[in-house]
Ligand binder design. Sequence first.
Ligand code: TYD
Length: 227
Amino acid sequence: MTMHGLFISFEGIDGAGKSTHIAGLADTFRAQGRAVTLTREPGGTPLAEKLRAMVLGDPMDPLTEALLIFAARRDHLVRVIAPALVRGDVVLCDRFTDATFAYQGAGRGFDLNVLSTLEQWVQSDEGLLGDPAGNSPMKPEVETVIEPHLTVWFDLPPEEAAVRLQGARVPDKFEAQPLAFFRRVAQGYADRQQGHPERFARIDASQTREAVWQAVRQVFVAKGWLP
Ligand code: TYD
């Protein structure tokens, strides 16, 4: 079983405005006749959505937070992402592991080496394509670590994001963080891009919504994924 679908993640600090563009891409791919799996992290499965509610709502220490996020990610990979990639879907995922490096790593100051170990461990394709209950885990011939083919990073200065978020809604645990936290998170994303330049596409999210959409579309056209 090969995973011949497309796995695309979307990242950025809170307020960067990725949601409408993710929805727009889903419509565009569907109009091309592609099957789309639209999902998000933390979350995307019933179990992972429960973990999301805990992570976004309850105070906890950084290790607990990182472990819950990676537990949610594993369930999401096993039950939703891997099967969708095997079917050949376009998987559009609102946030993935880069968010953990940016928020838990850069934002909270959690050990990046531990996050890398968890990343290798949780995103290994070993056991991913068996029965999701783990009764008949499949052992691949060569173990690989699943990661997005492309990560669209909506880059917005934290000061601008703060203005956009003002009064938008009741803030969750992360949205309620001070500007200094988002400055670190933004730097965390920049560092991740530096480490994975071939995977990242940076979008200047301070432009008008229409200009951002055109920039996003252009990334997919350049890849040959959209006409
Ligand atoms: P977000 O994706 O912004 O969803 P919504 O638009 O519904 O608020 O919210 C998810 C929050 O979770 C966001 O503040 C970032 C945070 N987060 C982490 O801290 N670590 C992670 O690994 C992920 C995926 C998200």
